[in-house]
Design a protein around this ligand. Structure first.
Ligand SMILES: *Cc1c(COP(=O)(O)O)cnc(C)c1O
Length: 363
């Protein structure tokens, strides 16, 4: 008798990634930029569309885009690999750059996609637990990586979701002392902080630094990710990616955006400023009402808050058409910085929730 096809065991129970569905007036759940592209850039994109050869494959090395990105960050274009969002690179790192059973160190808590792609690629995942303040103890992490003879260590700096980070000096120490391990430093949020080692990425033979257009740059919709590394690693990354991974339109639009340094810098500065306002607003409410919650001081464009009421606050916000991110297991919410007005609306709602609930139950 013939047997019928069955899904491979490891995918049977997987669910498709589902961001918050439904439409909400204010979206502070995905760490995106609160700013859409300005009209001048949109007008430029219309001209690009008119002149585009849609019948041709895109440039596999994304030369123009790589040049604009390299110029913005002060890098050598030869050391850059462009992917369809950092996500594509994360998958390549786990699958093509490692083998089944390769040992990957991730940190906990951190961006969940690292373990997800390692799971799909059948790597062995080793999880380093951060300290009680959710910080990496760098010497501990170095020892953990070396004791376990890890093939790769990957983490975000600053970290999503905590918003905390290690210094450039600590990052260098890790890269040097874990010399037999590929270190992948995801600097997705480093535009908002000042501890980058991006410019030194090509000086080490075991380092890849990741960047994305999805956060500070405000272009999550066109899916652009960048890996910066020495020429040997870069050659391998370019060789394993699918040749036409980044579509022509995204390459052109990305080139326009990265060429506009003034726009990028002014928006980044505004986001940094508004994140501080949001943080101090939250702190003030927490102090005024003596709330038993922990608010992490942000090095990025979002704020991580641990509270017993995380689920209830999340629901209350949704009812008021504001989406934040809820971490059920951690008992925490993460609030992305939106526009000034959006942040104020969040703070007003937050205080309203506190007045209605916690105060009453405390009396
Ligand atoms: C948002 C985010 C990214 C970006 O992913 P893209 O696929 O480029 O949108 C990468 N790393 C971390 C830690 C993130 O939070």
């Amino acid at each position: 008798m013939k047997m019928s096809y069955r899904l491979c065991d490891k995918v049977v129970e997987l669910e498709p990634y589902e961001p918050i569905s439904g439409t909400y007036k204010i979206r502070l759940d995905a760490n995106e930029s609160g700013f859409n592209l300005p009209e001048e850039i949109k007008a430029g994109i219309k001209t690009i569309v008119d002149n585009m050869s849609f019948n041709r494959y895109p440039d596999p090395t994304a030369k123009k885009l790589t040049a604009a990105f390299a110029d913005y960050y002060g890098l050598d274009p030869e050391n850059i690999t462009v992917t369809n969002g950092s996500d594509e690179m994360l998958y390549l790192l786990a699958s093509a750059m490692l083998s089944r059973g390769s040992r990957v160190v991730v940190t906990d808590p951190d961006f969940s996609m690292y373990s997800f792609y390692s799971f799909l690629s059948e790597n062995e995942i080793l999880s380093y637990k951060k300290n009680k303040d959710l910080e990496i103890e760098i010497d501990e992490l170095i020892r953990y990586v070396n004791d376990n003879k890890a093939d790769m260590v990957i983490f975000s700096n600053p970290c999503n979701p905590t918003g905390r980070g290690i210094t450039a000096e600590q990052a260098r120490k890790l890269v040097k002392e874990c010399s037999e391990t590929l270190v992948v430093l995801d600097e997705a949020y480093m535009d908002f902080w000042n501890e980058s080692i991006l410019k030194e990425a090509d000086k080490y033979n075991n380092l890849i630094v990741l960047k994305t257009a999805s956060k500070a740059v405000g272009a999550a919709g066109i899916r652009l990710g960048f890996a910066v590394s020495n020429p040997t690693i870069t050659k391998a990354l370019r060789a394993v990616k699918s040749p036409y991974n980044v579509n022509s339109l995204s390459q052109e639009i990305g080139t326009c955006i990265y060429s506009d340094k003034k726009l990028l810098e002014s928006r980044r500065d505004e986001i940094v400023k508004q994140t501080k306002v949001l943080y101090s607003g939250l702190r003030k409410i927490a102090d005024n009402y003596k709330l038993p919650i922990k608010i992490y001081e942000p090095c990025a464009n979002f704020i991580f808050v641990e509270t017993d009421n995380a689920g209830k606050i999340y629901e209350f916000m949704l009812e008021n058409s504001v989406a934040v991110r809820y971490f059920r297991n951690a008992g925490a919410i993460r609030i992305s910085c939106g526009t000034k007005e959006e942040n104020i609306e969040f703070l007003v709602l937050f205080e309203k929730y506190i007045q209605k609930n916690i105060l009453k139950t405390n009396r």
